[in-house]
Design a protein around this ligand. Structure first.
Ligand SMILES: [Zn+2]
Ligand SMILES: [Zn+2]
Length: 417
């Protein structure tokens, strides 16, 4: 019998985890710089948490959720994204209120039943932030600045910020009508999905990736021309703050987000590093979501970054070689007694905080040296019969091939910087 990972999922193997850890550490550090604190919510939620917030008409809710009944018949869903969970948790724990400014971040796996392709998995990983309690345009700009900072610190290049305003409950209906009027005459030329979107939410047509739909989308009316006075003022202040913070951006009036809850500011960070246009993160305001999920009216904004894309880009740029998997010390031994002493030194090294290892496969000295090299050990300490007598042995620096005699008692002092 042979087992395989489920379609659309991947094992992240030990050779790759250092890269993932680097990315996760950089996320935590960067979010921390901007005073975001971590929140961890369950991997699954009651299905309603997602259907109501993300929107019944979205692709996610219609075809991509992993929904299942538990043993008591309750409908549960593996989280397809984290914002709804964060809102649920924030409301349940009374952290999201009109006068509390809450800044939180999350990291972890999300689940969507999609056709797997390069950089797109059914279990994928996101890092994201959410800020609740302010409609201040400076917060929008700070969040965009944060997302750019994050990708710069990760080592991504050729980044571009696309921003748009998708308006609010008050000005969106007129824009929807304008879109309907425009697309009505071209309906027969649009793809099946877009014809459905036309009925449910014409805004979403702007998000279609089909080449023949794009032709018509380019000519469609723009939201910026339909913003009401408040939304227009908010957008121009966001742009003003971005200028002030020296964040470069491009206004992209076709940009909408794939979820129903977005209002006003929508943004994406695109990396052109691998030739293609890769959106590495997307986000925006969702000023009505908290109220729609049963809370008071609390404005909010957030973004999520897809980590698989980042891994792909950094791997292609062979960033990986810089993050090697190294141990500090390998103790090579010849004979049982040497192994016992070696184990004693091994224990001491670990107690001192030096990562260290020894052979467990009865290998020859030569094979032990080879194993130490493969592990990327910084030093190898070689103990045989003579060394036992003298309580001293050769310490080999694997980087420089330099060797020197070091007594058992002095061994660990070599590692003190
Ligand atoms: Zn508006
Ligand atoms: Zn289409």
């Amino acid at each position: 019998m042979k087992y395989a990972v489920p379609r659309g999922t991947k094992d992240i193997l030990p050779d790759d985890t250092p890269l993932w850890q680097f990315i996760e550490d950089t996320c935590r550090e960067t979010f921390g710089l901007f005073n975001y604190r971590e929140i961890r919510t369950p991997i699954f939620e009651a299905t309603d948490v997602f259907t109501r917030s993300i929107g019944y008409t979205t692709d996610i809710v219609k075809k991509e959720m992993y929904t299942f009944p538990d043993r008591k018949g309750r409908s549960l869903t593996l989280r397809p994204e984290a914002t709804a969970s964060v809102v649920r948790a924030g409301l349940e724990n009374n952290l999201i209120t009109p006068d509390n400014l809450l800044k939180v971040y999350y990291l972890g796996p999300m689940f969507r039943y999609e056709r797997p392709q390069a950089g797109r998995q059914r279990q994928f990983h996101q890092a994201g932030v959410e800020a609740f309690g302010s409609a201040d345009p400076a917060l929008d700009a700070e969040m965009i600045q944060l997302s750019v900072k994050l990708f710069e610190r990760l080592g991504l290049k050729e980044l571009e910020v696309d921003i748009n305003s998708v308006g609010c409950k008050k000005c969106q209906p007129a824009y929807r009508e304008a879109l309907k009027k425009y697309f009505e005459s071209n309906l027969a030329n649009l793809c099946g999905d877009c014809r459905q979107r036309f009925e449910l939410n014409p805004l979403r047509i702007l998000d279609c990736k089909e080449a023949h739909c794009r032709k018509y989308i380019e000519q469609a009316p723009a939201m910026v021309d339909h913003l009401d006075a408040e939304c227009k003022a908010h957008f121009s202040q966001v742009v003003g703050w971005l200028d002030h913070l020296l964040v470069k951006y491009k206004i992209n009036d076709r940009l909408v987000r794939g979820l129903d809850y977005y209002t006003r500011t929508a943004f994406e960070i695109v990396s052109k590093q691998l030739g293609a246009q890769n959106a590495v993160c997307g986000g925006g305001r969702y000023d009505d979501l908290v109220e729609e999920m049963g809370g008071k009216s609390v404005p909010a904004i957030g973004f999520a970054a897809g980590l698989e894309r980042v891994v792909e880009i950094l791997k292609a740029e062979s960033r990986q070689s810089k993050i090697e998997n190294r141990i500090g010390l390998f103790i090579a031994t010849i004979g049982d007694e040497a192994r016992q002493v070696g184990f004693h030194l091994l224990t001491k090294a670990r107690e001192k905080g030096i990562s260290a290892d020894i052979d467990f496969q009865g290998k020859s000295l030569k094979a032990q040296m080879k194993a130490a090299d493969r592990l990327g050990a910084r030093y190898v300490y070689i103990i045989g019969d003579d060394e036992l007598k003298n309580k001293s042995a050769v310490l080999k620096n694997m980087g420089t091939a330099e060797q020197k005699e070091v007594s058992f008692g002095e061994l660990l002092s070599v590692f003190v910087k």
